[in-house]
Design a protein around this ligand. Sequence first.
Ligand code: NAD
Length: 304
Amino acid sequence: MSELRYDGQVVVVTGAGGGLGKAYCLFFASRGASVVVNDLGGSFKGEGTSTKAADVVVDEIKAAGGKAVANYDSVENGDRIIETAIKNYGRIDILINNAGILRDISFKNMKDQDWDLIIAVHVKGSYKCARAAWPYFRKQKYGRIINTASAAGLFGSFGQTNYSAAKLALVGFTETLAKEGAKYNIHSNVIAPIAASRMTQTVMPPDILENLKPDWVVPLVAVLAHKDSEENGQIFEAGGGHIAKLRWERASGLLLKADDTYTPGAILKKWDQISNFKNAEHPTGVADFLGLLEKSMQLGPNEQ
Ligand code: NAD
């Protein structure tokens, strides 16, 4: 198979001054794309700003003969980031919502500022960029969006209630974008990466970090962002050479008649069925649930 290329395409990568974002930019530029390198240039806790982070990446791309332009806005002003793509290159094809910060703190000590900032950067930031790119994607009947979740969002993580909430929000965001974008050939997917970066260098031991180069998340993003990719609305985890799709799973479950025999005692009697995954299903929309409701209406009264 020949190598995937992105000639003539414009890629916006947010939070691209380091870590994963930088790796994405270098890759897309090396495969023919023009890249908007966005980074606010603050600390990993979201303090301060600097133009240096984005500039260094743009310089590196240009030195290698690639095309790139910097943008220093916060993703909370995503419309300005997309505007940079339109002003400089006249289009936008691929949006990688990657910018992120941490405000780790136990829930007991969580302050509103810690909560609000995390939600603003991850959730509102991804929304603002996607919202600004959307009319262009619809008009050209083509677009690719990669959002960035986290294992913390999918499974929970001590000291990260704010970050977990934000990251799982991006899964729901992606699943709905995928449904709304499908008929316009706008494909949205979400990744839960794991990679060595300034975000993880304090929480993982050096020997593990050595095996988690950001470059090893790039091939998955490259495939999902490509025009030939059919993947839409999917969740992937990637890091250290491992890539896997994740999905929702529903236990075969307990189906009872919903009348006045539907009591706490009635469900307790058959509790094991509620969490039995032996004949699990993998629902992909609310319609799956409505089908169950129809079945429950045909049942007889429940055992008390
Ligand atoms: P990183 O800190 O190297 O990169 C994040 C970048 O986002 C930084 O350069 C930062 O300046 C930029 N940024 C922060 N706030 C911004 C804002 N408001 N506007 C524009 N830019 C902003 O960390 P990374 O590990 O490369 O993380 C990239 C993404 O991957 C993040 O969304 C992170 O939550 C996610 N993630 C990373 C890991 C991992 O193992 N590294 C795991 C799960 C999720």
